[in-house]
Design a protein around this ligand. Structure first.
Ligand SMILES: [Zn+2]
Length: 323
């Protein structure tokens, strides 16, 4: 091993886009007492644990012939495994700021950055109905559309029960209770799984399964995100599509989606609900770090170069051009 960065903790960031990565990756990997999960020291310890696990895992998978981790003798420069072991950690801000390894199918930190990318897109598409920064403190009349500073489209419609509050950070905000908010879009999450014999050729299964993702076209959604995962359990391949749909109220959801166990329809998608939905949809597969290394390498080879994350509808458009 040529070098291992010694990461020093700077701080635990607390934005939604930080918490969403922890919800999708860190908390499922390291068992937390949910009441204490937000304590800085626990987040820091858990991150250190995941760094150690990932470092050990890269060597383990390399020794099981993972192609992406092999060092070719005639290639100069650092070994691929060294990049992976020193991938910039997520979940906690740390120094030195090393380069991300970008092996996002496997690396928990790069997977976390992928989750944050999905969150940025989905969060920008859903109107934030919770808080409006009020540049001038006034009490708008009921029914007035209020634009926050820098916003180009209405994020809320002020209702009768609006209150102007001085919040903990000293800023004045107009807050609206969930019950009185207007939610122009609803949120659906669902996970569709298929199980196949481990005797079947995994690359073919992955190709066929990826094609079934397009079945969401039967739903008249506004935006959709799909994340595909492959796991090996009990001598079987478990392939899943996890869907997150942004729909207009009243959109018909076919029974092939709505009758799947774990189907959720959320008609009050607050930012927190959207964050939880993104974390559910983009949940990191524990078996990538903890599963049988031989099977994990077969999975990594089968999904290499496949499209495992897809965005549709308004999630594809950039937020700057849809006013
Ligand atoms: Zn990485």
């Amino acid at each position: 091993m040529s070098f291992d960065a010694k990461f020093k903790v700077e701080f635990v960031p607390r934005r939604y886009r930080d918490e969403v990565a922890r919800l999708a990756v860190l908390y499922p990997l390291v068992k937390f007492d949910m009441r204490n999960q937000r304590q800085d020291s626990r987040v820091v310890n858990a991150t250190a644990k995941v760094i150690a696990m990932w470092r050990a895992r890269t060597l383990n998978l390399r020794d099981h012939s993972w192609a992406a981790a092999q060092h070719l003798p005639d290639v100069k420069g650092p070994k691929p495994v060294d990049y992976m072991r020193n991938c910039r950690p997520n979940f906690v801000a740390m120094r030195p700021a090393t380069r991300p390894c970008k092996v996002w199918h496997a690396c928990p930190f790069c997977w976390g950055r992928m989750v944050q990318g999905v969150w940025d897109t989905v969060d920008a598409a859903f109107p934030d109905t919770a808080l409006i920064e009020a540049p001038i403190i006034t009490t708008p009349q009921a029914g007035t559309v209020v634009l926050a500073a820098g916003e180009r489209r209405p994020r809320t419609i002020v209702m009768n029960s609006d209150k102007t509050k001085l919040t903990a950070d000293g800023k004045r905000r107009i807050t609206t209770s969930v019950a009185s908010r207007d939610f122009p879009y609803h949120l659906v999450t669902v996970c569709r799984r298929s199980v196949f014999s481990a005797q079947d050729s995994l690359p073919n299964l992955v190709d066929e399964f990826c094609k079934t993702r397009s079945r969401i076209r039967s739903i008249d959604f506004t935006g959709a995100a799909v994340v595909t995962t492959v796991e090996y359990r009990t001598k079987q391949w478990h392939l899943s599509h996890r869907y997150l749909l942004m729909v207009k109220p009243g959109t018909e959801i076919p029974v092939s989606f709505s009758e799947v166990p774990g189907y959720r329809y959320i008609n009050t998608p607050t930012r927190r609900e959207v964050m939880r939905a993104v974390a559910r949809t983009c949940k990191y597969s524990r078996s990538m770090l903890m599963g049988d290394p031989k099977q994990t390498v077969r999975i990594l080879h089968a999904i290499s170069g496949r499209r495992l994350r897809a965005l549709y509808g308004c999630f594809r458009k950039t937020k700057h051009y849809d006013t």
